[in-house]
Design a protein around this ligand. Structure first.
Ligand SMILES: [Zn+2]
Length: 62
């Protein structure tokens, strides 16, 4: 039983969002995707989805 299939579009979308929503630079900690202080809400949600998928993968195929 798991929340997200690692191959699902939900997870691939989350990974893509996470790639875009990163701090702009070390000097500018605002999100490069939306300008909110990083980690922004989008990145936070995406990280939670990704970690749930990673957890599911750990209990899946060997
Ligand atoms: Zn963002």
């Amino acid at each position: 039983m798991y929340l997200f299939d690692a191959d699902s579009v939900v997870v691939s979308t989350a990974v893509e969002l996470l790639r875009v929503h990163q701090p702009a630079s070390a000097e500018d900690p605002s999100c490069g995707g939306c300008g909110e202080p990083a980690p922004c809400a989008v990145a936070t949600n995406a990280m939670q989805i990704r970690s749930a998928a990673n957890l599911a993968a750990g209990f899946g195929e060997p």
